[in-house]
Design a protein around this ligand. Sequence first.
Ligand code: TXA
Ligand code: MG
Length: 328
Amino acid sequence: MKKVSFLESIAILKNHGIVAFPTETVYGLGAIATSKDAVAKVFSAKNRPSDNPLICHFSGLNQILEYVENVPTWTKKLILELTPGPISFLLKIPKGSILSPATAGQDKVACRIPNHPLTLELLQKLNIPLVGPSANISGRPSGTSADMIINQFKEKIDGVLDGGKSKIGIESTILDCTKDGEVIILRPGAIGEEELLEVIKKLNLSIKIVQPNEQLGVIPGSKYRHYSPETELLKIQTVNQILSQEKYVVLATTEIILEYNLKNDLKRKIYIIDLGSKKNLINLAQNLYSCLFKVDTLNVNTAFLVEEDFGCNSLAIALKNRINRIGL
Ligand code: TXA
Ligand code: MG
């Protein structure tokens, strides 16, 4: 598999093939959402459990409205205000919808309008929505660069449209908009309660944000392992917990690396991966998955991830959510 041009991407997708496309969150494994065959290929390439629905990507609100059940004005306003952007809206679809194979039979679809010029143009040119689960084999770190994807998928997909490194680096917020007058953050992302409240206020909307129900019941994907390298990964609270005599790698923030004076020891095969500074969570989020991905290239027995408190802004909450699910 190789990098493909914009025009090649269109041709492959029209032919029911799979092209990984860039978005500002992570790359998506793209295929025509209305093609049963193409959707089946995505489930198979990703080794995705068949009950785990795929997010659909649209060029804009008008295209979403062609596929979902009637939505109230507040939902339309919210979508217009927050897109293109790192957020997905869970909306109802009619019975027997053409999107049913993509939603694994669920009566709702997660709709996303990604903020990446190449992909927006791709969606506009195709004039059909694309499924786009994160571009990774199920359970592995999501692809945030073309090289990560080529490395993981080899010949399992038809190409990758290179749009550079993903700017945000972690997946979109998923917002349940199927209840009247309220929204629920089902998966935290860069847009959180704080940013949503701001928009709700600005638009004078009378909706409330409610805390998520037990995620497991609502998001099928939340019951599966995520973001994990193949190498055994142990989460630790302090570097002093590492007693291993074997080859290992430590993933830690710049602050921890400095505090404990951690250094690569190539003779003993001890490696240090700098996750970035706690003071720059934007940068840390951008690099998190590529750091996790790097672990498997080092040929060590164990990876230790030093857990830390990142604070309580939206990105910090989203990062905590992803790190909590590594290796589960
Ligand atoms: O940022 C993102 O959202 C990326 C980019 C490529 O758009 N996509 C992404 O897709 O993260 P994925 O498949 O890795 O994660 C989507 C999550 C899964 O946990 C899935 O179970 C849930 O969203 N989901 C998708 N459609 C759903 C639906 N109709 N109902 C409930 N949960 C849904
Ligand atoms: Mg994923």
